[in-house]
Design a protein around this ligand. Sequence first.
Ligand SMILES: NC(=O)c1ccc[n+]([C@@H]2O[C@H](COP(=O)([O-])OP(=O)(O)OC[C@H]3O[C@@H](n4cnc5c(N)ncnc54)[C@H](OP(=O)(O)O)[C@@H]3O)[C@@H](O)[C@H]2O)c1
Length: 237
Amino acid sequence: MKLQDKVMIITGASSGIGRATARQLDTLGVHLILTARRKDKLEQIASELHSAVCIAGDMTDPSLPEQLVEAAVSKYGRLDIVFNNAGVMHIGTVDDADINALCHMVRLNVEAVVRMSYTALRHMKKQGSGFLINTSSLAGMKSFPEIGPYCGTKYAVEAMTDSFRMELAGTGVKVTAIEPGRTRTGLFDHWSEEKQFNPAEGMIEPEDIARSIQFILEQPDEVLIPRLLIVPARQPR
Ligand SMILES: NC(=O)c1ccc[n+]([C@@H]2O[C@H](COP(=O)([O-])OP(=O)(O)OC[C@H]3O[C@@H](n4cnc5c(N)ncnc54)[C@H](OP(=O)(O)O)[C@@H]3O)[C@@H](O)[C@H]2O)c1
Protein backbone atom coordinates (compact mmCIF):
# COMPACT_ATOMS: atom_id res chain seq x y z
CA MET A 1 0.00 0.00 0.00
CA LYS A 2 1.23 3.50 -0.84
CA LEU A 3 0.54 5.51 2.31
CA GLN A 4 0.42 9.04 0.90
CA ASP A 5 -3.13 10.48 1.38
CA LYS A 6 -4.50 7.33 2.98
CA VAL A 7 -7.10 7.89 5.76
CA MET A 8 -6.44 6.18 9.08
CA ILE A 9 -8.13 5.92 12.48
CA ILE A 10 -5.82 5.36 15.47
CA THR A 11 -7.35 4.44 18.84
CA GLY A 12 -5.27 4.97 21.97
CA ALA A 13 -3.53 7.82 20.15
CA SER A 14 -2.88 10.03 23.19
CA SER A 15 0.28 8.22 24.30
CA GLY A 16 2.68 5.33 23.79
CA ILE A 17 2.36 3.14 20.69
CA GLY A 18 -0.65 4.99 19.25
CA ARG A 19 1.02 8.39 19.53
CA ALA A 20 4.30 7.14 18.03
CA THR A 21 2.39 5.56 15.14
CA ALA A 22 0.50 8.80 14.50
CA ARG A 23 3.79 10.69 14.31
CA GLN A 24 5.41 8.08 12.05
CA LEU A 25 2.54 7.87 9.57
CA ASP A 26 2.11 11.64 9.54
CA THR A 27 5.59 11.87 7.99
CA LEU A 28 4.30 9.68 5.11
CA GLY A 29 1.30 11.91 4.31
CA VAL A 30 -1.45 9.87 6.02
CA HIS A 31 -4.61 11.75 7.12
CA LEU A 32 -5.32 10.79 10.72
CA ILE A 33 -8.42 10.51 12.91
CA LEU A 34 -7.07 10.27 16.46
CA THR A 35 -9.02 9.10 19.47
CA ALA A 36 -8.52 8.53 23.21
CA ARG A 37 -10.15 9.94 26.36
CA ARG A 38 -7.62 12.73 27.09
CA LYS A 39 -8.68 15.53 24.74
CA ASP A 40 -5.85 17.87 25.76
CA LYS A 41 -3.20 15.28 24.92
CA LEU A 42 -4.83 14.45 21.59
CA GLU A 43 -5.05 18.11 20.62
CA GLN A 44 -1.42 18.67 21.56
CA ILE A 45 -0.33 15.75 19.34
CA ALA A 46 -2.59 16.80 16.47
CA SER A 47 -1.17 20.33 16.60
CA GLU A 48 2.28 18.89 15.76
CA LEU A 49 0.98 16.94 12.73
CA HIS A 50 0.10 17.93 9.15
CA SER A 51 -3.39 16.43 8.90
CA ALA A 52 -5.04 15.12 12.04
CA VAL A 53 -8.57 15.33 13.45
CA CYS A 54 -9.26 14.52 17.12
CA ILE A 55 -12.38 12.83 18.43
CA ALA A 56 -12.06 12.40 22.18
CA GLY A 57 -14.03 9.57 23.75
CA ASP A 58 -14.06 6.37 25.70
CA MET A 59 -13.73 3.27 23.51
CA THR A 60 -16.12 1.40 25.81
CA ASP A 61 -18.84 3.79 24.57
CA PRO A 62 -20.63 1.61 21.99
CA SER A 63 -21.36 4.61 19.75
CA LEU A 64 -17.73 5.71 19.33
CA PRO A 65 -16.59 3.30 16.56
CA GLU A 66 -19.42 4.46 14.28
CA GLN A 67 -18.61 8.12 15.03
CA LEU A 68 -14.98 7.52 14.06
CA VAL A 69 -15.85 5.81 10.77
CA GLU A 70 -18.39 8.53 9.96
CA ALA A 71 -15.80 11.23 10.66
CA ALA A 72 -13.38 9.63 8.20
CA VAL A 73 -16.02 9.19 5.51
CA SER A 74 -17.57 12.64 5.88
CA LYS A 75 -14.21 14.43 5.80
CA TYR A 76 -12.29 12.30 3.29
CA GLY A 77 -14.91 10.12 1.57
CA ARG A 78 -13.11 6.93 2.59
CA LEU A 79 -11.44 4.94 5.36
CA ASP A 80 -8.30 3.01 4.49
CA ILE A 81 -6.70 1.90 7.77
CA VAL A 82 -7.77 1.32 11.37
CA PHE A 83 -5.17 0.83 14.08
CA ASN A 84 -7.33 -0.67 16.84
CA ASN A 85 -4.86 -0.10 19.63
CA ALA A 86 -6.41 1.35 22.84
CA GLY A 87 -5.88 -0.93 25.81
CA VAL A 88 -5.00 -1.19 29.48
CA MET A 89 -3.10 -3.76 31.51
CA HIS A 90 -4.27 -4.69 35.00
CA ILE A 91 -2.47 -7.42 36.87
CA GLY A 92 -2.42 -8.90 40.36
CA THR A 93 -2.38 -12.04 42.40
CA VAL A 94 -5.46 -14.01 43.28
CA ASP A 95 -5.36 -12.20 46.63
CA ASP A 96 -4.69 -8.62 45.58
CA ALA A 97 -6.10 -8.15 42.04
CA ASP A 98 -8.80 -5.48 41.66
CA ILE A 99 -11.65 -7.53 40.15
CA ASN A 100 -13.54 -4.47 38.87
CA ALA A 101 -10.43 -3.18 37.12
CA LEU A 102 -9.90 -6.60 35.51
CA CYS A 103 -13.49 -6.65 34.23
CA HIS A 104 -13.20 -3.11 32.90
CA MET A 105 -10.02 -4.21 31.08
CA VAL A 106 -11.98 -7.02 29.43
CA ARG A 107 -14.55 -4.49 28.20
CA LEU A 108 -11.88 -2.24 26.71
CA ASN A 109 -9.38 -4.81 25.43
CA VAL A 110 -11.99 -7.21 24.02
CA GLU A 111 -15.50 -5.73 23.71
CA ALA A 112 -14.31 -2.39 22.31
CA VAL A 113 -11.95 -4.16 19.91
CA VAL A 114 -14.86 -6.30 18.68
CA ARG A 115 -17.07 -3.22 18.11
CA MET A 116 -14.35 -1.22 16.34
CA SER A 117 -13.33 -4.21 14.21
CA TYR A 118 -16.82 -5.05 12.93
CA THR A 119 -17.74 -1.42 12.36
CA ALA A 120 -14.58 -0.79 10.34
CA LEU A 121 -14.60 -4.09 8.46
CA ARG A 122 -18.21 -3.68 7.30
CA HIS A 123 -17.28 -0.35 5.80
CA MET A 124 -14.03 -1.64 4.27
CA LYS A 125 -15.68 -4.70 2.77
CA LYS A 126 -18.24 -2.53 0.96
CA GLN A 127 -15.42 -0.25 -0.17
CA GLY A 128 -13.49 -3.29 -1.46
CA SER A 129 -10.29 -2.26 0.33
CA GLY A 130 -8.92 -1.49 3.77
CA PHE A 131 -6.50 -2.57 6.46
CA LEU A 132 -7.27 -3.37 10.12
CA ILE A 133 -4.39 -3.74 12.57
CA ASN A 134 -5.33 -4.94 16.05
CA THR A 135 -2.87 -4.57 18.91
CA SER A 136 -2.23 -7.90 20.55
CA SER A 137 0.92 -8.68 22.57
CA LEU A 138 3.50 -11.30 23.36
CA ALA A 139 0.89 -11.96 26.07
CA GLY A 140 -1.49 -12.98 23.27
CA MET A 141 0.72 -16.00 22.64
CA LYS A 142 1.49 -17.25 26.13
CA SER A 143 0.34 -16.66 29.68
CA PHE A 144 2.34 -15.55 32.70
CA PRO A 145 1.61 -15.69 36.45
CA GLU A 146 -0.52 -12.81 37.78
CA ILE A 147 -1.28 -11.54 34.25
CA GLY A 148 -3.85 -14.16 33.20
CA PRO A 149 -6.87 -11.92 32.48
CA TYR A 150 -4.71 -9.52 30.40
CA CYS A 151 -3.28 -12.48 28.47
CA GLY A 152 -6.84 -13.71 27.95
CA THR A 153 -7.85 -10.39 26.40
CA LYS A 154 -4.94 -10.59 23.97
CA TYR A 155 -5.61 -14.27 23.16
CA ALA A 156 -9.09 -13.08 22.20
CA VAL A 157 -7.59 -10.39 19.95
CA GLU A 158 -5.39 -13.02 18.29
CA ALA A 159 -8.32 -15.38 17.68
CA MET A 160 -10.64 -12.76 16.23
CA THR A 161 -7.93 -11.17 14.08
CA ASP A 162 -6.94 -14.47 12.48
CA SER A 163 -10.58 -15.36 11.93
CA PHE A 164 -11.20 -12.01 10.18
CA ARG A 165 -8.10 -12.57 8.04
CA MET A 166 -9.41 -15.91 6.77
CA GLU A 167 -12.99 -14.71 6.30
CA LEU A 168 -11.90 -11.65 4.33
CA ALA A 169 -9.20 -13.27 2.17
CA GLY A 170 -9.70 -12.14 -1.42
CA THR A 171 -11.99 -9.20 -0.56
CA GLY A 172 -9.26 -6.55 -0.69
CA VAL A 173 -9.43 -6.12 3.10
CA LYS A 174 -6.35 -7.10 5.07
CA VAL A 175 -6.11 -7.84 8.80
CA THR A 176 -3.02 -8.10 11.02
CA ALA A 177 -2.25 -8.52 14.73
CA ILE A 178 0.78 -6.63 16.00
CA GLU A 179 2.39 -8.32 19.01
CA PRO A 180 4.66 -6.04 21.00
CA GLY A 181 6.80 -7.27 23.86
CA ARG A 182 7.68 -4.87 26.66
CA THR A 183 7.49 -1.37 25.25
CA ARG A 184 8.30 1.86 27.11
CA THR A 185 4.85 3.48 27.37
CA GLY A 186 2.35 4.62 29.98
CA LEU A 187 0.84 1.13 30.23
CA PHE A 188 2.58 0.27 33.52
CA ASP A 189 2.45 3.71 35.16
CA HIS A 190 -0.24 2.60 37.64
CA TRP A 191 1.70 -0.51 38.76
CA SER A 192 3.34 -0.51 42.19
CA GLU A 193 7.13 -0.39 42.26
CA GLU A 194 7.57 -4.06 43.18
CA LYS A 195 5.49 -5.16 40.16
CA GLN A 196 7.59 -3.23 37.62
CA PHE A 197 9.69 -5.20 35.09
CA ASN A 198 13.38 -5.84 35.64
CA PRO A 199 15.13 -3.03 33.67
CA ALA A 200 18.04 -5.40 32.89
CA GLU A 201 15.68 -7.30 30.57
CA GLY A 202 15.25 -4.23 28.38
CA MET A 203 12.35 -2.50 26.70
CA ILE A 204 11.66 -1.48 23.16
CA GLU A 205 10.45 2.00 22.27
CA PRO A 206 6.99 2.86 20.90
CA GLU A 207 8.77 4.16 17.78
CA ASP A 208 10.00 0.58 17.13
CA ILE A 209 6.38 -0.56 16.96
CA ALA A 210 5.44 2.43 14.79
CA ARG A 211 8.10 1.43 12.23
CA SER A 212 6.71 -2.11 12.27
CA ILE A 213 3.21 -0.77 11.57
CA GLN A 214 4.60 1.08 8.56
CA PHE A 215 6.36 -2.12 7.41
CA ILE A 216 3.11 -4.13 7.65
CA LEU A 217 1.14 -1.51 5.71
CA GLU A 218 3.70 -1.03 2.95
CA GLN A 219 3.74 -4.65 1.79
CA PRO A 220 2.66 -5.22 -1.83
CA ASP A 221 -1.02 -6.06 -2.51
CA GLU A 222 -0.24 -9.77 -2.79
CA VAL A 223 1.56 -9.94 0.56
CA LEU A 224 0.02 -10.01 4.04
CA ILE A 225 1.82 -10.21 7.37
CA PRO A 226 -0.92 -11.76 9.57
CA ARG A 227 1.00 -11.27 12.83
CA LEU A 228 4.21 -9.60 13.84
CA LEU A 229 5.96 -10.24 17.17
CA ILE A 230 8.54 -7.65 18.29
CA VAL A 231 10.34 -8.08 21.60
CA PRO A 232 13.37 -6.53 23.31
CA ALA A 233 16.46 -8.49 22.30
CA ARG A 234 17.31 -8.98 25.98
CA GLN A 235 13.84 -10.15 27.08
CA PRO A 236 14.33 -13.79 28.14
CA ARG A 237 10.66 -14.82 28.00
N1 LIG B 1 3.64 -1.27 26.37
C1 LIG B 1 3.76 -2.57 26.18
O1 LIG B 1 4.73 -3.21 26.66
C2 LIG B 1 2.74 -3.32 25.36
C3 LIG B 1 3.05 -4.63 24.98
C4 LIG B 1 2.11 -5.35 24.25
C5 LIG B 1 0.92 -4.76 23.90
N2 LIG B 1 0.64 -3.49 24.29
C6 LIG B 1 -0.66 -2.91 23.91
O2 LIG B 1 -0.43 -1.71 23.22
C7 LIG B 1 -1.63 -0.92 23.27
C8 LIG B 1 -1.27 0.53 23.53
O3 LIG B 1 -0.73 0.62 24.84
P1 LIG B 1 0.59 1.43 25.18
O4 LIG B 1 1.61 0.45 25.59
O5 LIG B 1 0.89 2.41 24.11
O6 LIG B 1 0.11 2.14 26.55
P2 LIG B 1 -0.34 3.63 26.87
O7 LIG B 1 0.78 4.58 26.62
O8 LIG B 1 -0.91 3.56 28.24
O9 LIG B 1 -1.48 3.91 25.81
C9 LIG B 1 -2.78 3.39 25.98
C10 LIG B 1 -3.73 4.24 25.13
O10 LIG B 1 -5.05 3.71 25.28
C11 LIG B 1 -5.93 4.78 25.60
N3 LIG B 1 -7.03 4.31 26.44
C12 LIG B 1 -6.96 3.70 27.65
N4 LIG B 1 -8.18 3.47 28.11
C13 LIG B 1 -9.05 3.95 27.18
C14 LIG B 1 -10.46 4.01 27.07
N5 LIG B 1 -11.27 3.52 28.04
N6 LIG B 1 -11.01 4.57 25.97
C15 LIG B 1 -10.23 5.08 25.01
N7 LIG B 1 -8.88 5.04 25.03
C16 LIG B 1 -8.31 4.49 26.11
C17 LIG B 1 -5.05 5.78 26.35
O11 LIG B 1 -5.57 7.09 26.23
P3 LIG B 1 -6.46 7.87 27.31
O12 LIG B 1 -5.93 7.50 28.68
O13 LIG B 1 -6.24 9.30 26.94
O14 LIG B 1 -7.85 7.40 27.07
C18 LIG B 1 -3.76 5.68 25.56
O15 LIG B 1 -3.81 6.51 24.43
C19 LIG B 1 -2.54 -1.59 24.30
O16 LIG B 1 -3.53 -2.34 23.64
C20 LIG B 1 -1.59 -2.52 25.04
O17 LIG B 1 -2.24 -3.64 25.60
C21 LIG B 1 1.54 -2.75 25.00
